[in-house]
Design a protein around this ligand. Structure first.
Ligand SMILES: [Zn+2]
Length: 492
């Protein structure tokens, strides 16, 4: 699950896609050897559970039962070991991530799947260190994501406060040349304001938050070409900056190009033009090994693939995806969807997403495909309501209460939804606090995050909620089998 990011300066945007960078490496096809007939055991020795055979009589319930918490935990341990052997994380662009890709691809090839590892490049932003002084005194400031740096040459100018919100060229005074523009947030993107400030001749820009909180999570977008550095400050600091005789700004922020890969594995049976996809991101953040977020989802999808096998008796084809660079802005999944031509896009009948399945203080959320919650984002593409109903049926059958998860776009279903592909999924909660009502519903601790270790070094195999993982992993198997076995015009 990626962090919340805002590119609109007035409110949180649904998501940010890093556009404008081309896919540089085509998929390399593999998996020609090692074909395994359905029902036999897999030759792979990389994962403990792959010694277990595929389900003999594929059904939603048989696959739900076959995908066990113990087997999924085996895959999770393998990913934890990979992180341990590579500096403690599996972030995109690192050896730990590459080892994760190689591991998952090898296990799937061993089970007879057609496996590809499509590569892509993306811009990676490093915030570095930022310093801002106003009248000689330090002011706390944060670099906006994807701002340019000052290249060791701090910029200095007198502060100029723009008229209004700074969304129109006329808001910028004629004497802005060589100044540092100070602007409030609101109404248009940060990038528009920075572009107008640069056109007016400013050498830097300071965005003032509308509250006493630091301006965090603000982005210019990966494709911005703004020529001046842009930093954010809280409201009080904004007043100090505006009233100072002179402002000096320096930041070592920089953006570099990173190469990464996703893993795509498809069954050898079922319709090629009517495919169900199940996906999970395989990358972690830099801060830790990324076990609940999201070795849990990747491991559950992997185990579902192994138990379903590469040649299931199902009318639909099934394609399993392990995305790279989700934490960097849904890059792997976004590039994948962009790479599909119209026919390939239409052949994907449903996309099921799994991100964080073993949260320590778990809830059981189902992506709100029909927008029954009437909050936040609207419904998913037509058919998403039916996918939601599949997950609801699974949890109802086990008398586990669920809650709808608003389609905020913080995971890999977002590019699929934008392409009009029906989406769904389940998750056990990220950094948000569990409410008192939710604690009554699910147990656990009110006032504590669903995952207190979110995006930290503590997100390890020791902190996975085994009960929540076992239940939600079974839900993966149940939903994938339900959608693979359904045929005709309905999604699932
Ligand atoms: Zn995450």
């Amino acid at each position: 699950m990626r962090v919340k990011v805002s590119s609109r300066s007035g409110r949180n945007s649904l998501r940010l896609l890093a556009l404008g960078v081309v896919v540089t490496a085509a998929a390399a096809c593999g998996g020609q050897g090692g074909e395994t007939p359905g029902g036999s055991s897999s030759p792979s020795s990389s994962a403990p559970s792959s010694a277990v055979g595929t389900v003999t009589d594929l059904s939603p319930d048989s696959l739900a039962s076959a995908v066990t918490g113990a087997a999924v935990t085996g895959h999770i341990r393998a990913l934890q070991s990979i992180a341990d052997a590579h500096g403690g994380n599996r972030a995109a662009g690192t050896p730990g991530y590459d080892a994760s890709v190689d591991h998952v691809a090898q296990v799937l090839r061993g089970a007879g799947f057609d496996v590809t590892t499509p590569g892509f490049d993306y811009p990676r932003f490093d915030a570095g260190t930022t310093s801002l002084t106003a009248g000689g005194a330090d002011v706390r400031a944060t670099a906006l994501q994807y701002t340019r740096g000052t290249d060791g040459k701090p910029v200095t100018g007198s502060p100029v406060t723009v008229e209004g919100v700074g969304c129109a060229p006329g808001d910028y005074p004629a004497d802005s040349r060589g100044t540092v523009v100070v602007v409030g947030r609101g109404e248009c993107t940060f990038t528009r304001k920075a572009t107008l400030a640069a056109v007016a001749g400013a050498v830097g820009m300071v965005v003032v938050n509308s509250s006493d909180e630091p301006l965090v999570g603000a982005t210019l977008g990966a494709d911005n070409t703004t020529s001046i550095p842009v930093v954010g400050v809280d409201r009080v600091a904004g007043d100090r900056v505006r009233n100072a005789p002179s402002v000096t700004l320096s930041t070592t922020a920089r953006t570099t190009t990173v190469a990464s890969r996703s893993v795509i594995a498809q069954t050898r049976t079922g319709a090629r033009d009517d495919v169900v996809m199940a996906g999970a991101h395989l990358d972690s953040v830099d801060a830790g090994p990324g076990i609940n977020d999201n070795a849990t989802g990747a491991a559950a999808v992997l185990e579902t693939a192994l138990r379903m096998g590469s040649t299931p008796s199902a009318p639909r084809g099934v394609r399993f995806a392990f995305w790279g660079a989700e934490e960097e802005g849904l890059i792997g999944s976004g590039r994948y969807v962009e790479s599909l031509d119209e026919r390939a896009r239409e052949s994907v009948s449903a996309y099921l997403n799994f991100d964080m399945l073993g949260s320590p203080n778990a809830g059981f959320f189902v992506l709100d495909g029909d927008d029954s919650d009437r909050r936040g984002a609207g419904p998913g593409p037509s058919g998403s309501d039916r996918i939601e109903a599949v997950f609801s049926r699974f949890y109802e059958g086990r008398r586990i209460p669920t809650a709808p998860a608003d389609l905020v776009g913080r995971s890999d279903y977002a590019p699929f939804a934008e392409a009009g592909i029906p989406i769904g999924g389940t998750e056990t909660g990220a950094e948000q606090e569990k409410s008192a009502e939710q604690a009554r519903k699910w147990g656990g601790r009110a006032g504590t995050p669903f995952d207190p270790n979110y995006h930290s070094a503590r997100d390890t195999v020791d902190n996975v909620n085994a009960d929540a993982l076992a239940i939600s992993s079974s839900a993966v198997g149940y939903a994938v089998a339900t959608c693979a076995l359904s045929s005709g015009p309905e999604v699932c």
